[in-house]
Design a protein around this ligand. Sequence first.
Ligand code: PAF
Length: 278
Amino acid sequence: MKQLRSISAMRSWRGFLSNRLVLVPTMGALHHGHAALIRRARKIAGSNGSVCVSIFVNPTQFGPNEDFSAYPRPLAKDLALCRAEGVDAVFLPKARDIYRSDASVSLQESTLSNTLCGRSRPGHFSGVLTIVAKLFFITLPTHAVFGEKDWQQLAIIRRMVRDLDIPVEIAGCPTVRETDFLAASSRNAYLTPVNRAQAPRIFAALKNASALSSIPAVIRSAQKSLAAIPGARIDYLEAVHAATLAPLRNRKSPGRLAVAVFLGKARLIDNIPLPVLP
Ligand code: PAF
């Protein structure tokens, strides 16, 4: 497995590839959710193609009071996971190579990012789009894989690729869950044992609510269940259209029920489908 620590090393490796290159952009602290993204990437790449994982804790997507410096960076463990999953190359750029000190260009999405995490984390999606676009321009992948746990991120990246005619095919990968259905996330490491024991109730709240036929009933039910979790504070709870992320009014279009909850020091997000009901 190649370790590419500079943009020029990445570009020169890329120059030798003539088949599919599938990129899995990550911020490291890899877990079995990332392993599923890598396996999906391998499937798309096929036996002649290549899989590249980028590991970069992107400073521009963190707000001033968020966990950028505390974000876990277990590089040796991450490399071991990539090696075990048969990754061909890991791209490990340095922040000073990615962002010039006088950088003055960034990307902005103006519709899908006005809700959910975009509303609670101003500037977050501008940081995400800018780094993802830069990773695309540096690595020139044919395909890229993102997790559905970050549903809004996936929708906004798809929009960026559409609106800027970026020739990269985007694949979404279903959320990987622990055995108690908590969504796998690097931020689960912030949970105390007490909060960890409560955390699966977030998914249960969404799941039970999603069976109800009216959107107000769905929201009321999930809100009630979430409010009953000791120490939980709801950041947002919304039913949105699956593609446009506009508020979902009824169950005649495919939707997502999306939530962000503070549990102790951790801010956990999750979402589940709200399929069309007859
Ligand atoms: O989902 C993530 O881990 C990050 O937002 C991404 C896509 C790697 C951009 O930094």
